[in-house]
Structures are given as C-alpha cells and as structure tokens.
Design a protein around this ligand. Sequence first.
Ligand SMILES: [Fe+2]
Ligand SMILES: [Fe+2]
Length: 228
Amino acid sequence: MEEKKNSSTSLMEFISSHQQNQETSGDPFINKDITKLVVIPLYDFNFFFDTVEVDETTRKELIIILNEMKSLPAALGNFHGAYPGGLFDHTLLVVNYAYYICKSLKDQSWLKKVILTAICHDFGKISYYSTKLKVRERRIKISFDEADLIRSEIWEKFNLTGKDRHVENAIAVIKKYLSEHKSLFDNEMYIGIIFHHGSWSKYLPQEMNELASLIHVADMIASQVLKI
Ligand SMILES: [Fe+2]
Ligand SMILES: [Fe+2]
C-alpha cells in the first residue's frame, strides 16, 4: 500500500514538473528527449486542430480526452512509451509522422482524415490503462457493455469479426465524447482505426485501406523505431 502511495505522489510530481516545462519551453511533448530523436518539424495538437479546422466544441472535447493521456503510459513493462504521459507523447508523435508522410504525397485531399484518425487511433487505451493503474480522477470511461456494442456494430457495418478492446474502446470514445462524430468520422476512418496495427490487427478478414496503412507506418515509427 505504502509503495502505491509513493508512486502516485511521484507520478503527480512528474506530471506537474513536465507540464511546467511544456509551458516554458514550447516543446509539446512530455518527454523532453523526443525532440532530440528526430529532425522532422514537430507540431503541437493546436497546430493540427487548426489544420483540420475543427469546430470549437470538438477542439474542447479533444483537449479533455488528450489531457487524460498525460498521466497514462502508451504501454506497460518494457514496451514503447512506458512512462506517465507516454500515451500523450506517442499519439502526438504518430500524428506528426502521419502528417509528415501525407504531406510528402501529391494527393493532399485526405490530410484532414489522416490527422483526425491519427489523433484518435489509440483513444481505446485510455479507459484500459486508467482502470488498470487505478487513476482516481477519470473523465473518460468505457464499460465492457459499451465496447461490446461497438464490436456488434463493427460486424453489422463492415462484416468484420474479432475482438480488440483497444479498437472497440477507441471507437466508443469517439462516439461517446465527440458530439460531432457523425460529421467528423466516416467508414474509411473507422477502418483506419480498426486496422491500424497492420497484419497484427485482430479483426478478420484483414482488409486494410490506405488510411490504415499510413497510420500503421506512423505508429510503427513511433513505437518500434523511436520506442515512444
Ligand atoms: Fe494501437
Ligand atoms: Fe499507437
């Protein structure tokens, strides 16, 4: 018990000291080493909200969801981004790489979809990790029933079978916490989220679209190459 108290105190200290650093340095990441790892331009979430031209309500709702990530890891154990705020950093890095890859292509018509899908691709980890790590103050919660409902919808809408809690929860977060989700997201983007783990995706048949492939590449660079 004592150990848990100490770890939650140090977690809070870690978060508040890094949030202060962010405000003073302008570095959008919690882990200050990230900007030393890459040479591509790195932008904060506000830049991407402006690029997507999200409405004010959506911007506020996305900030609430992303703030929840600032205390959560991207993974546990020795995997990528296994530190408080790793999920926030991982997501921002994936969005930056997805944007960078998309910007290198002649066809820019899907840029907004790429950014929004990248922002939301791991929303499903929020509820899972905050439950597992017993985070006290939570604003984003998805129940098993809500996740199961999305699983049924994936079957009805796309004829896909499988079970992947981080996918079902991600779509559940979008539908529960983004009031404009019907105008912001389409089937192409949901497929992009369902198959963002490429050939490791747990839904069958595996029918990745271009969006899923692009998010997957950005996700792999962040998680497997940069370990964030
Ligand atoms: Fe993922
Ligand atoms: Fe990811």
